[in-house]
Design a protein around this ligand. Structure first.
Ligand code: FAD
Length: 116
């Protein structure tokens, strides 16, 4: 029998969404224009309202109210997003991710070439 795909649950949706968001950070310019900064800020505000897990969205809106997205450059945004993800990790009792490593995980790959 052919395996049928199922609608995503909160976990699968979360994993896919974090992959998307950290990839946005990885591709965000090192020197974004004013327009690019404004667009990313606007995107994050809208994202936090339409994220299709309502209690997750509420929690993320709360985080964003206290911690405005930092969009001045790639490193700033990557770190901000890592902190945001860690806030959710903490809430769920998951281990904290070392934000010094965000770029290796999501942009450059690990030193041992494991992602080549
Ligand atoms: P995930 O947390 O999905 O992480 C995927 C991968 O990202 C990890 O394997 C790791 O390699 C890497 N990673 C982990 N932490 C970081 C970090 N800080 N920075 C960079 N990379 C990292 N679930 C709930 O049950 N309740 C919620 O309130 C909730 N809120 C959410 C809010 C948002 C905005 C999103 C996107 C997801 C939310 N989730 C929530 C889902 C939750 O965060 C996880 O995605 C889900 O539990 C699956 O977890 P996971 O262990 O597979 O890894």
């Amino acid at each position: 029998p052919v395996a049928k795909d199922c609608p995503p649950d909160v976990e699968e949706l979360g994993r896919s969404t974090w992959t998307f968001l950290h990839s946005v950070a990885a591709m965000y310019p090192e020197h974004p224009t004013d327009d690019q900064q404004q667009e990313l800020k606007t995107f994050m505000v809208i994202f936090s309202k339409i994220y299709p897990c309502w209690f997750c969205a509420k929690g993320f809106q709360k985080f964003m109210k206290k911690n405005e997205p930092k969009v001045t450059n790639q490193e700033e945004f990557g770190r901000w997003l890592c902190d945001a993800h860690n806030a959710v990790n903490e809430k769920l009792g998951k281990p904290k991710f070392d934000c010094n490593l965000w770029k290796k995980r999501w942009k450059d790959g690990w030193d041992d070439g494991r992602c080549d």
